[in-house]
Design a protein around this ligand. Structure first.
Ligand SMILES: Cc1cc2nc3c(=O)[nH]c(=O)nc-3n(C[C@H](O)[C@H](O)[C@H](O)COP(=O)(O)O)c2cc1C
Length: 183
């Protein structure tokens, strides 16, 4: 089994990365895993040209193909996003928009799709104390799953997180959750 972990934030040294590294460390030994931070990937904005409706392909050539290849090679994904202005970071929204050529909303017959049978675990975090903003982020990831043929298999959220150091007290709960998901 392969697990792909996507840090949907611009930075690979923060709390989002720390949560995913903790989750990666809690996976059973036989599971292969890879963690990528969107901030390190070259994902350009969707131009809104809808050429992909006619051709099934995007006119932009960047890191998107490599990233989708990694998703396609995995059986399960962890996607973690911090709240930026009560929503997902811009890098992640750009990634979602750029999935249009491969989603069930694309009318081009026979366009490329992710393989079947994949499942996704969504993780959200924020500095504020109420859970609604995190739920909105989880709903966004669930919406992406729905249009990409991926099963939304579970979620976890963290409030009151300013930075990486705030994750330490949550590590036992993170380990327990991953064990439950992968037992
Ligand atoms: C541009 C920006 C916007 C943010 N907006 C919110 C927000 O609307 N609500 C909130 O609770 N936290 C907000 N935060 C705080 C982040 O969600 C929080 O610091 C999180 O831990 C960042 O994850 P990171 O350490 O992986 O970057 C914002 C942070 C940044 C940089």
């Amino acid at each position: 089994m392969k697990v792909f972990l996507l840090n949907a934030s611009p930075k690979s040294c923060g709390a989002t990365q720390e949560i995913l590294l903790t989750m990666q460390g809690a996976l059973p030994a036989q599971v292969e895993s890879e963690l990528v931070c969107l901030g390190d990937a070259d994902i350009q904005y969707c131009l809104g040209c809808k050429k992909c409706y006619e051709t099934g392909q995007c006119v932009r050539k960047d890191g998107m193909a490599e990233l989708l290849g990694k998703l396609d090679a995995a059986d399960a994904f962890f996607i973690a996003a911090p709240s930026y202005w009560a929503d997902v970071p811009a890098q992640f929204k750009a990634f979602i928009d750029r999935c249009t050529p491969f989603s069930d909303t694309n009318p081009h017959p026979g366009h490329w799709t992710l393989g079947t049978g994949k499942r996704c675990y969504a993780i959200a975090l924020r500095t504020g104390s109420s859970s609604g903003e995190c739920q909105h982020i989880i709903d966004t990831i669930a919406h992406w799953c729905g249009h990409m043929g991926v099963e939304m298999a579970g979620s976890m959220y963290f409030c009151g997180i300013e930075g990486k150091r705030d994750i330490a007290p949550h590590k036992p709960a993170i380990h327990a959750q991953v064990k439950e998901w992968f037992c």
